[in-house]
Ligand binder design. Structure first.
Ligand SMILES: [Ca+2]
Ligand SMILES: [Ca+2]
Length: 300
């Protein structure tokens, strides 16, 4: 029996190329159905699978309707991790593709789709993760370091900060998310560093810290913000299309509070958040953590 080979340009991420292995007579894979459709012939079922990004195998069997077939599209093959076993079903044929997703190559609950890119698969990453294998976090909460955030000037040289450092020196609590955050006047860049310390002239340095580019996919972006409260000098900015479209500042307290932006008008557009410190005395730093909401990391 001949193999079916569907292929389009490999250079385009959206284009798919899959190769079906030999058919297995009187067998099916169960429990992995994406959907079942009625088709006029076996070849149509191959094409349906090709058109469905998550389809990696098909079961084809006789339909009660004479002259047509039941085509079941599945999201697993018989060589998937956990050794799924084919079950007997008379008059059905099982066809699986050569499936690079069977080794579960995507991290952080990314969805593997076979037949894409020169690797033979692509990972669809959940919010907060990016990269070919969903291994890279956008790092919007600083738990894995500064990530792809880019600094200018010197105000963010010691970031991120570990733990509730203001509280350690008997100030108000930072109320950070997790262990790591941006504490503009803090000096605890390692867990092993002495707690509660600030650099000399903590408010003196100025600078910016700019997030990686992300896509806005819904109505709301929120974050924790603290530190200074003079919005012309100390602020978080939302930048869309090289324009500052939203700003927020702190409450002249080390404590960070959750604040948000309505971003409905920017759905579908790419954006960055930029932290700005243009002040050198008297509540002249910004605290920031846990940017979240209706955003996704862009593909790299
Ligand atoms: Ca954090
Ligand atoms: Ca400053």
């Amino acid at each position: 029996m001949s193999r079916s080979h569907f292929s389009t340009r490999l250079i385009d991420d959206e284009c798919r190329s899959i190769i079906f292995k030999e058919p297995v007579q009187d067998k099916v894979i169960k429990g992995h159905l994406i959907r079942a459709v009625e088709v006029p012939n076996r070849g149509s079922c191959d094409v349906m699978c090709y058109m469905e990004p998550s389809c990696v195998s098909i079961n084809i069997g006789p339909s009660p309707q004479a002259g047509t077939y039941i085509c079941e599209l599945n999201n697993a093959t018989d060589d998937n991790k956990g050794s799924r076993v084919l079950q007997s079903k008379k008059d059905y044929i099982y066809l699986g593709i050569e499936n690079p997703c069977s080794s579960s190559p995507c991290f952080n609950n990314g969805t593997c789709q076979a037949g894409y890119t020169s690797k033979g698969f692509r990972c669809k990453c959940p919010t907060g993760f990016t990269g070919a294998f969903c291994k890279e976090a956008c790092s919007f909460n600083f738990e894995d370091g500064i990530g792809g955030w880019v600094k200018s000037g010197t105000a963010f040289d010691n970031q991120p900060t570990f733990g509730d450092n203001p509280k350690e020196r008997k100030r108000e609590s930072a109320r950070q998310q997790g262990n790591w955050w941006i504490g503009g006047a803090e000096l605890r860049p390692k867990e092993s560093a002495p707690p509660g310390k600030q650099p000399p002239d903590a408010d003196l340095p100025q600078g910016t810290l700019t997030s990686p580019c992300f896509q806005i996919v819904g109505y709301n972006i929120s974050f924790l913000i603290g530190g200074g409260c003079e919005i012309n000098k100390i602020r978080a900015e939302l930048i869309v299309n090289n324009k500052v479209v939203r700003t927020k500042t702190g409450n002249c307290s080390e404590t960070m509070y959750r604040k948000s932006w309505d971003v409905e008008e920017f759905i579908g557009q790419y954006a960055q958040v930029r932290l700005v410190d243009e002040k050198s005395a008297d509540w002249a730093h910004i605290n920031f953590d846990d940017l979240r909401g209706d955003v996704i990391c862009p593909p790299v």
